[in-house]
Design a protein around this ligand. Structure first.
Ligand code: GLU
Length: 370
């Protein structure tokens, strides 16, 4: 069985060259076939998130910009014109397949800034729970850095990490990883599987200045590093032929990168190991029992809030006598937490002016002390 068949939460990245032809037209036949594949996965109750490029390629033609390199403002203008068209065609095609569709425009910064990150994550979780197929691109028109090809490889990996996806597939015009550039080196060998990101593997990306390197393997291996660290397996697969997902499932050639850990384990290691706790929640005995059984922490079980922390930051959880209970990511800031501790979720809206989550630390965001 291919890893694709067992994926529960799958992120696929579509490169511009697959979707947009030389005249800047979206290849609807190709997209329709891709959506057949997505619909087949959805019927098996697999969640699918699409990260798509193509806005600049579509928009530059639409605006009549000459071929050749564009200035940043021209690229951003092209993206603005292209994105609306891109979204329209995805919407039409996915709805034709009886799928619900939603668009998210993210900047790479959204996955780095903790608060925006959490909001983007919660929105994606909700969309997936409601059965929608999120279609994501970078928010190119507000990006302050140069828009480069390959940005979406990293964006797709960050999205996969953010939502704890178990599988990421980068579709492009390259069919996988080779020991060298197969376009110039007849001895370049195809690598079907990567178990670890060794320096030898990294070296296969080639020199970033080479034709293969720019937006080719370099950003794909960067994406692999992000995905594997998050416990998400990744594939580099050929997207050009019709039905690329079905082709993969039927044993089509691609390179799989395997992580050492499951997504949840990797996430918990990150919470326990890399974040500096910004505050403390003191909890009662009932909450300690619930947490020991694998439950989430509810504000009702918290007796004291100490420290000054923001939503999404790490906090230490201790018992009334200071016994270590664990560490987790808080869904509320210290200020908001103080208003809702000891209270039931039905009161949160009156106390805070908005309806936040029922848990102050969700069990997936909590690492219990050994
Ligand atoms: N976000 C850009 C676009 O949609 C493409 C970036 C990339 O290809 O990685 O045109």
């Amino acid at each position: 069985m291919t890893p694709l068949a067992t994926a529960r939460r799958l992120v696929i990245k579509i490169g511009s060259s697959l979707l947009v032809d030389a005249d800047g037209e979206i290849d609807r036949v190709w997209l329709n076939a891709l959506c057949d594949d997505i619909a087949a996965l959805r019927r098996r109750d697999q969640q699918v998130i699409v990260v798509t490029s193509g806005a600049v390629a579509v928009g530059r033609r639409h605006l009549g910009l000459a071929s050749g390199p564009l200035r940043l403002d021209e690229k951003q203008a092209a993206a603005a014109a292209g994105q609306i068209r891109l979204a329209h065609v995805y919407e039409e095609t996915l709805v034709d397949h009886h799928l619900k569709v939603a668009q998210l425009l993210l900047t790479l910064d959204d996955s780095e800034n903790r608060r925006r990150y959490l909001n983007a994550r919660n929105t994606l979780e909700t969309l997936l729970r409601l059965g929608a197929v999120p279609v994501i691109n970078e928010n190119d028109t507000v990006a302050t850095q140069e828009i480069r090809f390959g940005d979406n490889d990293r964006l797709a990996a960050r999205v996969a990490q953010m939502i704890g996806a178990d599988t990421l597939v980068l579709f492009s015009d390259i069919d996988g990883l080779y020991t060298g550039n197969p376009r110039v080196d007849p001895d370049a060998r195809f690598i079907p599987e990567v178990m670890e990101m060794t320096p030898e593997i990294e070296a296969m990306a080639g020199d970033p200045g080479s034709a293969m390197g720019s937006g080719g393997m370099v950003t794909k291996l960067q994406a692999a590093r992000i995905a594997l660290a998050a416990g998400c397996r990744m594939a580099i697969a050929p997207g050009k032929p019709l039905h690329p997902l079905k082709t993969m499932e039927e044993g089509g050639r691609c390179t799989w990168f395997h992580p050492a850990e499951e997504p949840l384990t990797a996430r918990k290691q990150w919470i326990a190991g890399s974040l500096k706790p910004q505050g403390t929640l003191v909890v009662d005995a009932g909450a300690r029992r619930a947490l020991a059984k694998g439950g989430s922490l509810l504000p009702a079980g918290v007796v004291t809030v100490a420290g000054d922390f923001q939503k999404g930051e790490a906090v230490v959880v201790v018992g009334r006598e200071g016994q270590a209970v664990g560490v987790g990511l808080t869904a509320y800031s210290a200020e908001d937490a103080k208003h809702i501790i000891g209270r039931k979720s039905g009161d949160f809206e009156t106390l805070l002016g908005y309806r936040g989550p029922d848990e102050i630390i969700h069990r997936d965001d909590l690492v219990i002390a050994p």
